[in-house]
Design a protein around this ligand. Structure first.
Ligand code: NAD
Ligand code: MG
Length: 391
């Protein structure tokens, strides 16, 4: 029986994870559930899954959570605040952690799970983008397994022998990340000048949280994923390619030196990657309908439009710059996306904000977590300054 902590249980990945867990009560149990501040949604999940511990990140909501759980007849521990998230991720109540908090807010709990040797199912890509080498070090020290949940990386993991091999020795030539192209694929810059948050969040193939939906629309999501792949698989930047594949049926591919290309296919439903990661190296049923290839539209592929979707080019630039540039990129992007979602920043200006912050804070070596968090704060402040100038 695996006891699973679902960090970010009220989110899109959290919901899909709990759906898979509920299908296999003899194999998995959701022993820890966490949310940011949506107490009502968290209580509902606790009623259904009966965890040992419920954590709300915002301490202002702890009493309300305890009261509502008691009213609902759920007897579990209750805690709140960032330290409680860290304790939950590293404590005795779980052996597996699904890191599904969005943004840099997920960094410390993800690292704590890694240090504690938990089996880490990583959805929170921002944490590996920010702190790649430190996270991998923590995993190595803790001795747990790291299994990617991001569909592209989960696909690569499935197409690589042993998941994370020495790429060169395995005869790998290239990792090919597929991108749907998002809701604005094929549009010109002029056509993107006035797009709204709701249009940006209407992804053609996936239903996701709003931050990652905007990232998919700008292609920053693919940029973050290139950096994620670089760290997860030890792949040099020249060995990572992006191809746009609008149907989102091929989730990514590995090209070998003999010309073989292995792909992982499936319907665009995160429960496949989640079920794979939960059960690995076994397989379990996920609830995803079988892929009907004959009924699929022809599969298309095209090169990404880096001139229109500048965020992808900026992510490559940050990865090339090295050090903490990816952390600066990701922090500036979080601030810009929030402003776009709040209606105070134009869609195309997200890239301008990120570019300005990267220029203001040249890459420094990543030393440790406190320095990294300090840079995260500096990048956010710089982004807010740029926003004030722009608005
Ligand atoms: P979401 O917005 O639907 O859910 C985010 C979760 O994080 C919620 O449970 C929320 O309560 C919690 N949270 C938010 N801010 C927090 C904070 N400050 N402290 C503690 N908890 C906080 O997001 P999502 O779409 O589920 O994405 C989660 C992560 O998974 C992101 O990093 C995203 O990039 C990654 N991911 C998502 C998908 C997808 O299909 N949704 C696919 C691949 C990767
Ligand atoms: Mg992805």
């Amino acid at each position: 029986m695996r006891r699973v902590a679902v960090l970010g249980a009220t989110g899109s990945i959290g919901g899909s994870t709990l759906d898979v867990i509920a299908r296999h009560p003899e194999q998995f149990r959701a022993s820890v559930l966490t949310a940011n501040h949506r107490v009502e949604a968290l209580v509902e999940l606790c009623v259904r899954h009966r965890p040992d511990l419920a954590v709300v990140a915002d301490p202002a909501h702890e009493r309300e959570l305890a009261r509502r759980l008691a009213d609902a007849g759920v007897h579990c521990e209750v805690a709140s605040g960032p330290a409680a998230l860290v304790a939950a991720a590293s404590g005795e109540l779980c052996d597996t952690v699904v890191a599904a908090i969005v943004g840099a807010a997920g960094l410390e709990s993800t690292l704590a799970a890694a240090h504690a040797g938990k089996r880490l199912l990583l959805a929170n890509k921002e944490s590996i983008v920010m702190a790649g080498p430190l996270l991998l070090q923590a995993m190595a020290r803790g001795g747990g397994a790291l299994i990617p949940v991001d569909s592209e990386h989960n696909a690569l993991f499935q197409c690589l022998p042993g998941g994370r091999p020495e790429l060169a020795r395995s005869g790998v030539r290239r990792l090919i990340l597929t991108a749907s192209g998002g809701p604005f694929r094929g549009r010109s810059r002029a056509e993107l000048a006035h797009v709204t948050p709701d249009q940006a969040c209407k992804h053609p193939n996936w239903v996701m949280g709003r931050k990652i939906s905007v990232d998919s629309a700008t292609l920053m999501n693919k940029g973050l994923e290139v950096i994620e792949a670089h760290h997860l698989f030890g792949a040099p930047i020249e060995a990572i390619d992006v191809v746009v594949h609008p149907q989102s049926l091929i989730h990514s591919m590995v090209e070998y030196v003999d010309g073989s290309v292995l792909a992982q296919l499936g319907n665009p439903d995160m429960r496949t990657a989640i079920a794979h990661a939960l059960a690995w190296p076994e397989r379990v049923e996920s609830g995803v309908s079988p892929l009907d290839l004959a009924a699929c539209a022809p599969l298309q592929f095209e090169a990404p439009d880096l001139a229109t979707f500048r965020c992808l080019a900026l992510a490559f630039q940050a990865l090339r710059a090295g050090g903490d540039a990816p952390a600066v990129l990701s922090a500036a992007n979080e601030v810009a996306v929030e402003a776009f979602l709040a209606g105070t920043l134009a869609f195309l200006s997200i890239a301008d904000v990120v570019e300005a912050v990267l220029a203001e804070l040249p890459a420094q070596a990543v030393v440790d977590i406190p320095t990294l968090l300090e840079r995260d704060r500096a990048a956010r402040e710089a982004a807010r300054r740029v926003l004030r100038r722009a608005c």
